[in-house]
Write a protein that binds this ligand. Structure first.
Ligand code: SF4
Length: 376
Protein backbone atom coordinates (compact mmCIF):
# COMPACT_ATOMS: atom_id res chain seq x y z
CA UNK A 1 0.00 0.00 0.00
CA UNK A 2 1.13 3.53 -0.76
CA UNK A 3 3.26 5.05 2.00
CA UNK A 4 1.46 8.36 2.15
CA UNK A 5 -2.01 6.81 1.86
CA UNK A 6 -1.21 4.58 4.78
CA UNK A 7 0.34 7.20 7.01
CA UNK A 8 -2.73 9.34 6.38
CA UNK A 9 -3.62 12.27 8.63
CA UNK A 10 -3.94 10.56 11.96
CA UNK A 11 -0.53 8.91 12.30
CA UNK A 12 2.13 11.61 12.16
CA UNK A 13 1.17 14.76 10.39
CA UNK A 14 4.68 16.16 10.17
CA UNK A 15 6.10 12.98 8.72
CA UNK A 16 3.20 12.76 6.26
CA UNK A 17 3.93 16.31 5.10
CA UNK A 18 7.65 15.65 4.82
CA UNK A 19 7.01 12.58 2.67
CA UNK A 20 4.62 14.53 0.47
CA UNK A 21 7.28 17.21 -0.01
CA UNK A 22 9.93 14.58 -0.89
CA UNK A 23 7.60 12.98 -3.39
CA UNK A 24 6.74 16.33 -4.95
CA UNK A 25 10.42 17.23 -5.23
CA UNK A 26 11.23 13.91 -6.92
CA UNK A 27 8.28 14.32 -9.29
CA UNK A 28 9.49 17.80 -10.32
CA UNK A 29 12.99 16.51 -10.96
CA UNK A 30 11.73 13.48 -12.87
CA UNK A 31 9.49 15.57 -15.11
CA UNK A 32 12.33 17.82 -16.25
CA UNK A 33 12.33 17.97 -20.07
CA UNK A 34 15.33 15.72 -20.72
CA UNK A 35 16.12 12.00 -20.78
CA UNK A 36 18.89 11.82 -18.16
CA UNK A 37 18.50 8.47 -16.37
CA UNK A 38 18.22 8.08 -12.63
CA UNK A 39 20.41 5.52 -10.89
CA UNK A 40 19.35 4.43 -7.41
CA UNK A 41 22.23 3.12 -5.32
CA UNK A 42 20.55 0.16 -3.64
CA UNK A 43 22.13 -1.77 -0.76
CA UNK A 44 19.02 -3.58 0.48
CA UNK A 45 19.30 -1.70 3.80
CA UNK A 46 16.52 0.41 5.27
CA UNK A 47 17.50 3.79 3.77
CA UNK A 48 17.88 2.68 0.16
CA UNK A 49 14.77 0.48 0.50
CA UNK A 50 12.74 3.50 1.53
CA UNK A 51 14.25 5.56 -1.28
CA UNK A 52 13.43 2.88 -3.89
CA UNK A 53 9.90 2.61 -2.53
CA UNK A 54 9.33 6.36 -2.75
CA UNK A 55 10.63 6.39 -6.33
CA UNK A 56 8.45 3.43 -7.39
CA UNK A 57 5.40 5.14 -5.86
CA UNK A 58 6.19 8.47 -7.48
CA UNK A 59 6.41 6.70 -10.86
CA UNK A 60 3.13 4.88 -10.26
CA UNK A 61 1.38 8.18 -9.59
CA UNK A 62 2.45 9.54 -12.98
CA UNK A 63 0.43 8.91 -16.12
CA UNK A 64 2.11 6.09 -18.14
CA UNK A 65 3.09 8.57 -20.90
CA UNK A 66 4.97 10.67 -18.33
CA UNK A 67 7.16 7.74 -17.26
CA UNK A 68 9.81 8.52 -19.85
CA UNK A 69 13.12 8.48 -18.02
CA UNK A 70 14.76 5.19 -17.14
CA UNK A 71 15.39 4.48 -13.48
CA UNK A 72 18.16 2.00 -12.71
CA UNK A 73 18.21 0.23 -9.35
CA UNK A 74 21.83 -0.82 -8.88
CA UNK A 75 23.14 -3.05 -6.13
CA UNK A 76 26.74 -4.10 -5.68
CA UNK A 77 27.73 -7.59 -4.64
CA UNK A 78 31.32 -7.88 -3.41
CA UNK A 79 30.97 -11.69 -3.78
CA UNK A 80 31.86 -11.97 -0.09
CA UNK A 81 28.71 -10.33 1.26
CA UNK A 82 27.37 -11.45 4.58
CA UNK A 83 25.22 -14.44 3.46
CA UNK A 84 22.15 -13.38 5.44
CA UNK A 85 22.21 -9.96 3.79
CA UNK A 86 23.02 -11.38 0.36
CA UNK A 87 19.97 -13.66 0.53
CA UNK A 88 17.76 -10.72 1.48
CA UNK A 89 19.18 -8.50 -1.25
CA UNK A 90 18.74 -11.18 -3.94
CA UNK A 91 15.15 -11.85 -2.87
CA UNK A 92 14.26 -8.14 -3.02
CA UNK A 93 15.96 -7.62 -6.39
CA UNK A 94 14.10 -10.60 -7.81
CA UNK A 95 10.77 -9.29 -6.53
CA UNK A 96 11.50 -5.89 -8.05
CA UNK A 97 12.48 -7.48 -11.35
CA UNK A 98 9.20 -9.40 -11.51
CA UNK A 99 7.15 -6.33 -10.54
CA UNK A 100 8.37 -3.72 -13.02
CA UNK A 101 6.67 -5.12 -16.09
CA UNK A 102 3.14 -5.53 -14.59
CA UNK A 103 3.52 -2.11 -12.91
CA UNK A 104 4.51 -0.60 -16.27
CA UNK A 105 7.33 1.50 -14.86
CA UNK A 106 10.65 2.09 -16.71
CA UNK A 107 12.86 0.51 -14.05
CA UNK A 108 15.96 -1.62 -14.72
CA UNK A 109 17.42 -3.77 -11.98
CA UNK A 110 21.16 -4.45 -12.04
CA UNK A 111 23.76 -6.03 -9.80
CA UNK A 112 27.42 -5.17 -10.19
CA UNK A 113 30.31 -7.37 -9.04
CA UNK A 114 34.10 -6.91 -8.95
CA UNK A 115 36.03 -8.17 -11.97
CA UNK A 116 37.75 -11.55 -11.54
CA UNK A 117 41.12 -9.86 -11.08
CA UNK A 118 39.73 -7.70 -8.27
CA UNK A 119 37.87 -10.20 -6.10
CA UNK A 120 38.70 -10.72 -2.44
CA UNK A 121 39.98 -14.28 -2.93
CA UNK A 122 42.04 -13.64 -6.06
CA UNK A 123 43.91 -10.92 -4.21
CA UNK A 124 44.13 -12.54 -0.79
CA UNK A 125 44.74 -16.16 -1.78
CA UNK A 126 46.14 -15.57 -5.28
CA UNK A 127 48.45 -12.58 -4.74
CA UNK A 128 48.76 -13.12 -0.99
CA UNK A 129 47.56 -9.64 0.00
CA UNK A 130 47.33 -9.62 3.80
CA UNK A 131 43.80 -9.68 5.20
CA UNK A 132 42.60 -6.03 4.98
CA UNK A 133 43.28 -3.74 7.91
CA UNK A 134 42.78 -0.06 8.68
CA UNK A 135 46.23 0.74 7.29
CA UNK A 136 45.97 -1.50 4.23
CA UNK A 137 42.32 -1.54 3.16
CA UNK A 138 42.87 -2.69 -0.41
CA UNK A 139 39.39 -4.13 -0.85
CA UNK A 140 36.88 -1.24 -0.92
CA UNK A 141 38.15 0.33 -4.10
CA UNK A 142 38.40 -2.97 -5.98
CA UNK A 143 35.22 -4.63 -4.73
CA UNK A 144 32.84 -1.72 -4.23
CA UNK A 145 33.85 1.57 -5.81
CA UNK A 146 35.15 0.29 -9.16
CA UNK A 147 32.19 -1.95 -10.14
CA UNK A 148 29.58 0.68 -9.26
CA UNK A 149 31.40 3.62 -10.81
CA UNK A 150 31.90 1.60 -14.00
CA UNK A 151 28.14 1.08 -14.21
CA UNK A 152 27.53 4.81 -13.73
CA UNK A 153 30.22 5.71 -16.29
CA UNK A 154 28.57 3.41 -18.82
CA UNK A 155 25.24 5.20 -18.33
CA UNK A 156 26.95 8.61 -18.59
CA UNK A 157 28.64 7.62 -21.81
CA UNK A 158 25.33 6.38 -23.28
CA UNK A 159 23.08 9.23 -22.09
CA UNK A 160 25.63 12.06 -21.72
CA UNK A 161 24.72 12.47 -18.06
CA UNK A 162 23.28 10.48 -15.14
CA UNK A 163 21.69 11.32 -11.80
CA UNK A 164 22.66 9.14 -8.88
CA UNK A 165 20.01 8.89 -6.14
CA UNK A 166 21.43 8.01 -2.74
CA UNK A 167 19.54 7.14 0.42
CA UNK A 168 22.02 8.95 2.64
CA UNK A 169 20.74 10.92 5.61
CA UNK A 170 22.31 13.77 7.49
CA UNK A 171 21.54 12.30 10.92
CA UNK A 172 22.83 8.82 10.09
CA UNK A 173 26.19 9.55 11.74
CA UNK A 174 28.53 12.48 12.33
CA UNK A 175 30.76 11.18 9.58
CA UNK A 176 27.82 11.01 7.19
CA UNK A 177 26.68 14.52 8.11
CA UNK A 178 30.16 15.87 7.35
CA UNK A 179 30.31 14.03 4.04
CA UNK A 180 26.79 15.26 3.08
CA UNK A 181 27.64 18.85 3.97
CA UNK A 182 31.00 18.85 2.18
CA UNK A 183 29.38 18.38 -1.21
CA UNK A 184 26.25 20.49 -0.79
CA UNK A 185 25.76 23.45 -3.11
CA UNK A 186 22.27 24.50 -2.00
CA UNK A 187 20.73 22.97 -5.13
CA UNK A 188 18.66 19.85 -5.52
CA UNK A 189 21.45 18.19 -7.53
CA UNK A 190 25.13 18.31 -6.61
CA UNK A 191 28.01 17.31 -8.87
CA UNK A 192 29.49 13.95 -7.93
CA UNK A 193 32.82 14.29 -6.21
CA UNK A 194 34.76 12.19 -8.71
CA UNK A 195 32.48 11.07 -11.55
CA UNK A 196 32.27 13.50 -14.44
CA UNK A 197 28.77 13.82 -15.88
CA UNK A 198 27.16 12.41 -12.75
CA UNK A 199 25.00 14.47 -10.40
CA UNK A 200 23.93 13.34 -6.96
CA UNK A 201 20.39 13.63 -5.62
CA UNK A 202 19.62 12.81 -1.96
CA UNK A 203 15.85 12.93 -1.57
CA UNK A 204 15.65 11.56 2.00
CA UNK A 205 18.65 13.44 3.40
CA UNK A 206 16.58 15.23 6.07
CA UNK A 207 14.73 12.18 7.44
CA UNK A 208 15.92 10.75 10.71
CA UNK A 209 16.16 7.08 11.59
CA UNK A 210 12.83 7.05 13.36
CA UNK A 211 11.11 8.55 10.30
CA UNK A 212 12.60 5.82 8.13
CA UNK A 213 11.44 3.00 10.39
CA UNK A 214 8.04 4.52 11.02
CA UNK A 215 7.48 4.85 7.28
CA UNK A 216 8.68 1.36 6.43
CA UNK A 217 6.79 -0.29 9.27
CA UNK A 218 3.52 1.24 8.19
CA UNK A 219 3.73 0.47 4.50
CA UNK A 220 4.37 -2.39 2.10
CA UNK A 221 6.82 -2.29 -0.78
CA UNK A 222 5.20 -1.74 -4.21
CA UNK A 223 7.25 -4.68 -5.55
CA UNK A 224 5.36 -7.05 -3.24
CA UNK A 225 6.12 -8.86 -0.01
CA UNK A 226 6.62 -6.91 3.17
CA UNK A 227 9.35 -5.16 5.12
CA UNK A 228 9.14 -7.75 7.86
CA UNK A 229 12.34 -9.54 6.80
CA UNK A 230 14.23 -6.25 6.74
CA UNK A 231 13.08 -5.42 10.26
CA UNK A 232 14.10 -8.88 11.45
CA UNK A 233 17.51 -8.47 9.84
CA UNK A 234 18.16 -5.23 11.65
CA UNK A 235 16.85 -6.61 14.90
CA UNK A 236 19.16 -9.61 14.62
CA UNK A 237 22.23 -7.72 13.45
CA UNK A 238 21.58 -4.65 15.56
CA UNK A 239 23.62 -2.49 13.23
CA UNK A 240 23.85 0.12 10.55
CA UNK A 241 23.95 -0.76 6.88
CA UNK A 242 26.92 -0.67 4.53
CA UNK A 243 25.75 1.85 1.93
CA UNK A 244 26.50 1.71 -1.75
CA UNK A 245 29.97 3.22 -2.08
CA UNK A 246 30.76 5.26 -5.17
CA UNK A 247 33.57 7.38 -3.85
CA UNK A 248 36.37 7.28 -1.29
CA UNK A 249 34.60 9.94 0.76
CA UNK A 250 31.77 7.40 1.29
CA UNK A 251 34.24 4.71 2.18
CA UNK A 252 35.30 5.46 5.77
CA UNK A 253 32.15 3.75 7.03
CA UNK A 254 33.01 0.62 5.04
CA UNK A 255 34.59 -1.87 7.37
CA UNK A 256 33.99 0.26 10.47
CA UNK A 257 32.17 -0.77 13.60
CA UNK A 258 29.24 1.45 12.68
CA UNK A 259 28.70 -0.36 9.42
CA UNK A 260 27.93 -3.91 10.37
CA UNK A 261 26.37 -5.19 7.17
CA UNK A 262 29.63 -5.55 5.27
CA UNK A 263 31.58 -8.46 3.85
CA UNK A 264 31.66 -11.61 5.94
CA UNK A 265 35.42 -11.71 5.39
CA UNK A 266 35.98 -8.20 6.77
CA UNK A 267 39.08 -8.16 8.96
CA UNK A 268 39.13 -4.36 9.23
CA UNK A 269 36.74 -4.54 12.18
CA UNK A 270 38.11 -6.07 15.38
CA UNK A 271 35.04 -8.19 15.96
CA UNK A 272 32.24 -8.91 13.52
CA UNK A 273 29.44 -8.02 15.93
CA UNK A 274 26.75 -8.42 13.30
CA UNK A 275 27.82 -11.98 12.44
CA UNK A 276 28.06 -12.82 16.15
CA UNK A 277 24.52 -11.45 16.65
CA UNK A 278 23.24 -13.51 13.69
CA UNK A 279 24.77 -16.66 15.20
CA UNK A 280 23.07 -15.86 18.48
CA UNK A 281 19.78 -15.32 16.66
CA UNK A 282 19.99 -18.85 15.25
CA UNK A 283 21.70 -18.45 11.85
CA UNK A 284 23.96 -21.45 12.44
CA UNK A 285 25.58 -21.36 8.99
CA UNK A 286 27.19 -18.01 9.88
CA UNK A 287 29.28 -19.54 12.69
CA UNK A 288 31.93 -21.32 10.55
CA UNK A 289 32.30 -18.11 8.54
CA UNK A 290 32.85 -16.10 11.69
CA UNK A 291 35.52 -18.54 12.87
CA UNK A 292 37.24 -18.42 9.49
CA UNK A 293 37.21 -14.61 9.51
CA UNK A 294 38.77 -14.57 12.97
CA UNK A 295 41.49 -16.94 11.74
CA UNK A 296 42.15 -14.75 8.67
CA UNK A 297 42.60 -11.79 10.98
CA UNK A 298 44.93 -13.71 13.29
CA UNK A 299 47.27 -15.02 10.56
CA UNK A 300 47.80 -11.51 9.22
CA UNK A 301 49.91 -10.92 12.34
CA UNK A 302 51.96 -14.12 12.01
CA UNK A 303 55.44 -13.57 10.63
CA UNK A 304 55.80 -17.22 9.53
CA UNK A 305 52.80 -16.82 7.18
CA UNK A 306 54.18 -13.67 5.46
CA UNK A 307 57.02 -13.15 3.00
CA UNK A 308 59.83 -10.76 3.88
CA UNK A 309 59.66 -8.93 0.55
CA UNK A 310 56.75 -7.25 -1.19
CA UNK A 311 55.39 -8.53 -4.50
CA UNK A 312 57.78 -6.24 -6.39
CA UNK A 313 60.74 -7.75 -4.53
CA UNK A 314 61.49 -4.71 -2.34
CA UNK A 315 61.78 -4.62 1.44
CA UNK A 316 59.39 -2.26 3.20
CA UNK A 317 60.75 -0.48 6.27
CA UNK A 318 58.83 2.06 8.35
CA UNK A 319 60.27 5.15 10.07
CA UNK A 320 61.70 3.36 13.12
CA UNK A 321 63.47 0.83 10.87
CA UNK A 322 60.88 -1.88 11.43
CA UNK A 323 60.35 -4.29 8.51
CA UNK A 324 56.73 -4.53 7.34
CA UNK A 325 56.21 -8.05 6.06
CA UNK A 326 55.02 -8.66 2.50
CA UNK A 327 52.24 -10.92 1.17
CA UNK A 328 51.26 -14.30 2.54
CA UNK A 329 53.74 -17.02 1.58
CA UNK A 330 52.71 -19.52 -1.09
CA UNK A 331 52.32 -22.16 1.62
CA UNK A 332 50.06 -19.84 3.62
CA UNK A 333 47.93 -19.12 0.52
CA UNK A 334 47.53 -22.86 -0.11
CA UNK A 335 46.52 -23.35 3.51
CA UNK A 336 43.93 -20.54 3.28
CA UNK A 337 42.38 -22.06 0.14
CA UNK A 338 42.28 -25.51 1.70
CA UNK A 339 40.53 -24.23 4.81
CA UNK A 340 38.13 -22.08 2.78
CA UNK A 341 37.09 -25.11 0.74
CA UNK A 342 36.51 -27.05 3.95
CA UNK A 343 34.25 -24.28 5.29
CA UNK A 344 32.43 -24.16 1.95
CA UNK A 345 31.73 -27.90 2.16
CA UNK A 346 30.48 -27.44 5.71
CA UNK A 347 28.07 -24.57 5.05
CA UNK A 348 26.90 -26.00 1.71
CA UNK A 349 26.71 -22.72 -0.15
CA UNK A 350 29.29 -21.22 -2.52
CA UNK A 351 32.01 -19.08 -0.94
CA UNK A 352 34.50 -19.07 -3.82
CA UNK A 353 33.78 -19.58 -7.54
CA UNK A 354 35.64 -22.12 -9.73
CA UNK A 355 36.92 -19.32 -11.99
CA UNK A 356 38.50 -17.63 -8.95
CA UNK A 357 40.30 -20.86 -8.04
CA UNK A 358 41.56 -21.10 -11.61
CA UNK A 359 42.81 -17.48 -11.55
CA UNK A 360 44.47 -18.08 -8.15
CA UNK A 361 46.32 -21.14 -9.42
CA UNK A 362 47.53 -19.22 -12.46
CA UNK A 363 48.94 -16.48 -10.19
CA UNK A 364 50.64 -19.11 -8.01
CA UNK A 365 52.26 -20.67 -11.09
CA UNK A 366 53.57 -17.27 -12.19
CA UNK A 367 54.76 -16.40 -8.65
CA UNK A 368 56.53 -19.76 -8.33
CA UNK A 369 58.23 -19.27 -11.70
CA UNK A 370 59.30 -15.74 -10.67
CA UNK A 371 60.69 -16.94 -7.33
CA UNK A 372 62.77 -19.66 -9.01
CA UNK A 373 64.00 -17.61 -11.96
CA UNK A 374 67.45 -17.30 -10.44
CA UNK A 375 67.68 -21.13 -9.98
CA UNK A 376 67.41 -21.73 -13.72
S1 SF4 B 1 33.33 -4.37 4.36
FE1 SF4 B 1 35.48 -4.71 4.98
S2 SF4 B 1 36.23 -6.31 3.54
FE2 SF4 B 1 34.33 -5.44 2.64
S3 SF4 B 1 35.07 -3.84 1.27
FE3 SF4 B 1 34.56 -2.84 3.24
S4 SF4 B 1 36.52 -2.83 4.37
FE4 SF4 B 1 36.74 -4.29 2.68
Amino acid sequence: MNIRAELGDGVDKNLGQTLRAISQDMREEYLQPHETPWIIGFSGGKDSTLLAQLVFEMLLELAPRERRRTVHVVANDTLVESPVLARHLDAVLERMMKAVSPLRIPVKIAKTTPSLDHTFWVNLIGRGYPSPSRVFRWCTDRMKIKPTTQYIRDQVSMAGEAILLLGVRRTESTQRRRSVERYENGERLNPHNSLAGCKVYKPIVELDTEDVWQTLLQSSPPWGGSHRELVTLYRNAGGAECPLVTDRSDAPSCGSNSSRFGCWTCTVVDKDKSAAAFVEAGYQDVEPLLEFRDWLKEIRERGDMRMATRRNGSLNFVGDGRLIPGPFTLEARREILRRLEEVQAEVEFPLIRPEEIEAIKQIWTNDFAEAHKSDA
